[in-house]
Design a protein around this ligand. Sequence first.
Ligand code: SF4
Length: 185
Amino acid sequence: MQKILFTAHCILNTASKVVLYNQEEIDAEEALRKTFMRGVIDNEIQVIQLPCPEFTLYGAKRWGHVSDQFDNVFFRTHCRKILTPVLDQLKEYLANGQRFEVLGFVGVDGSPSCGVDYTCRANWYGSFDCRTDLPETLSECRLARGSGVFMSVLKDMLKEEGLEDGIVITSLFAPEPDKCLNLVR
Ligand code: SF4
């Protein structure tokens, strides 16, 4: 039986990410990503790469955002549109359960889009120009319990299909970096 795993786009392709500047954070993520990918290869797990909702809407030069900014009908509609073919693939693998075992979905905790148990939040909006409160505004960003918007839409869609109980949704990276590694051991 072949094992099937759906993963956030940037777990396979870090070029899709917002540019990071914290080298310690980059190194820690890369170490985890490699551990995860080695597990995938060693255990002959087949990976389906989810689309990156931010890259496909805002491209490579986007700023970092918080989930409050993406939590609007337009971003949610975009997520739903790009997740629709993914859900079709999921349903086809599930319909052929004698050949395939769906291990679940792996997101990226801390992301405004792909966070599963943690996302980043703040009351951010407005132009940078002529602002005097920018450092205070940026420092409001905090890790918060809850899903990013893309994962929230995914959960809604699974529920609409009656699939929410059977599908594992977990994530890689901080603040609980090891929790999804059991899937690939
Ligand atoms: S939106 Fe998701 S897939 Fe895209 S870079 Fe952020 S965490 Fe990765």
